[in-house]
Design a protein around this ligand. Structure first.
Ligand code: BGC
Length: 484
């Protein structure tokens, strides 16, 4: 048994804790593998034994502070305090964990934005550079630290060169991530070079009403709607107005409106949330939709959700109503396949018993049909951004509606503006849900356990939604299509 006295004495030496090798500060090396056998657990972490001595088992998540209820620092590297868990900085008036070894977490200069108002005209993804999310880069560095296969490491390194969206999934994370990343992108602009940052607005009251895996912090009630408006949307608006000389894309509340199209009758939680989803959208479209440097996309689920004729027709009505409720704010278009696994093209499928008579058995056919139907429903701006972070390889799910951490995942087409010729209404392929961040926990006892994450084709054991999932990442880069 590890002598607690010895730990206390050595801990008193404080020194240089590192998130990757946190046990060094206590005078012990880190174990050579994160999968080392656990012999003992204390408040600093898990301990293994190697060469007849204790070693600290490297933590699976790059953002070690998340386990303690704090965000990781997105820009600061200034150490205010060190304890057994690691180094702490301060951002937005709160503690944040510094991800060590962090050459990949660039120092974001403390700039005050100034510059001319930027106006997006046409496709916001075109003619701009895509900002690389430093948080994801740090997660990938954490993943690489757990790998030994050099060809896999080379693929992982490449992942750091692609952009993906930054999720503002709680008020606290919004406070940590929004301004620092806007600032980071701003600092990279020079002359006519514009740098685009893509954020996911994701904190509606009653979030994820038809599933459990991503239930949010705000509940479907008037008080939480008021908080959504004043503590979340208004704060985002304030920062967007400050950083007005750079392009920004907002992806709005994945899955929410699709739930209003199909799940109001079957799922009481969705009926309870309807009012808040509608009011939330009207409020945010009015605010963000009038900012010239911001383009917004509402989410339309995926082909095996709204692809059927009756669902598409109903969707046209719901989305047209939502967009006009936000007037004079404007919406550029829609996102599909967010966090989902449906292939972009699947020539093996056509309408029939295998597809449950869905005429849109892949995302391409889904967008072709949605484009027609939304235009027919009177929506004037119908452009799409398709999430290709998980659909490079057809996974062997039993039902195409499976959405949780699917075995056989492969990262898909790289983020790119106007990627398909002849489809001028497809603004971009983009990685909206980062590969390697879990879709939901497989722990049956967890509050947010959703049955889908226990299905046969869901990878297990899987951590909570949004947490780092090493196996998902490794499989996704091995199966990348096109290859990395
Ligand atoms: C989770 C969020 C997370 C996002 C990106 C969602 O499924 O609910 O908490 O930020 O995925 O990983």
């Amino acid at each position: 048994m590890k002598a607690s006295l010895a730990i206390a004495a050595i801990a008193a030496l404080a020194a240089k804790a590192s998130a990757a090798c946190w046990s060094e500060s206590q005078g012990y090396p880190c174990c050579s593998s994160p999968n080392a056998e656990v012999w003992y657990t204390d408040e600093s972490g898990k301990w293994g034994v190697e060469n007849n001595d204790w070693c600290g088992i490297p933590k699976a998540t790059a953002c070690w502070a998340a386990d303690l209820g704090y965000p990781c620092c997105s820009s600061t590297t200034r150490v205010e305090y060190t304890d057994n868990s690691g180094k702490w900085g301060v951002e937005n008036g709160d503690w944040c964990g510094i991800i060590d070894g962090g050459s990949s977490t660039p120092d974001i200069p403390d700039v005050t934005p100034s510059g001319e108002q930027y106006t997006i005209s046409g496709n916001p993804f075109s003619g701009v550079e895509f900002f690389i999310n430093p948080y994801y880069t740090a997660e990938v560095d954490g993943a690489i630290a757990q790998m030994s296969d050099s060809s896999l490491i080379a693929k992982a390194e490449k992942m750091k060169t692609y952009s993906n969206a930054i999720w503002l999934d709680t008020i606290k994370n919004m406070q940590s991530w929004l301004e620092t990343n806007l600032k980071g992108a701003y600092a990279q602009q020079s002359g006519s070079k514009k740098v685009l940052t893509v954020f996911v607005v994701y904190d509606l009251p009653g979030r994820d009403c038809h599933a459990l895996a991503s239930n949010g912090e705000l509940l479907a009630n008037d008080g939480d709607l008021a908080r959504y408006k004043s503590e979340y949307i208004d704060v985002i608006e304030g920062h967007l107005k400050t950083y007005n000389s750079q392009p920004v894309v907002l992806i709005v509340e994945p899955d929410s409106l699709a739930n209003l199209v199909t799940n109001l009758e079957s799922t009481p939680a969705c009926a309870d949330s309807e009012k808040y989803y509608l009011e939330g959208h009207a409020y945010l479209i009015k605010k963000f939709g009038v900012l010239p440097h911001v383009a917004m996309y509402l989410d339309i689920g995926h082909a095996f959700w709204l692809g059927w004729d009756d669902n598409r027709e109903k969707a046209g009505k719901v989305y047209a109503k939502v967009i006009s409720s936000g007037s004079p704010g404007k919406v550029r278009g829609f996102t599909d396949n967010v966090s989902n696994y449906t292939p972009w093209e699947d020539p093996t499928l056509s309408r029939g018993p295998d597809t449950e008579w869905n005429p849109c058995p892949d995302e391409k056919r889904y967008l072709e049909a949605m484009h027609k139907d939304f235009k027919a429903a009177g929506i004037s701006s119908v452009y799409f951004v398709s999430d290709t972070s998980r659909n490079g390889k057809k996974v062997d799910r039993k039902h195409p509606g499976e959405w949780c951490n699917q075995t056989g995942v492969g990262v898909g087409a790289r983020p790119k503006a106007s990627p398909v010729s002849g489809m001028d209404y497809l603004d971009a392929f983009y990685w909206i849900k980062p590969l390697g961040e879990s879709d939901g926990t497989s722990d049956e006892n967890a509050e947010r356990f959703d049955g889908y994450c226990g299905h046969e084709t869901a990878m297990k054991p899987a951590p909570e939604a949004g947490q780092w999932f090493q196996k998902h990442f490794e499989q996704g880069i091995k199966n990348a299509n096109p290859p990395l």
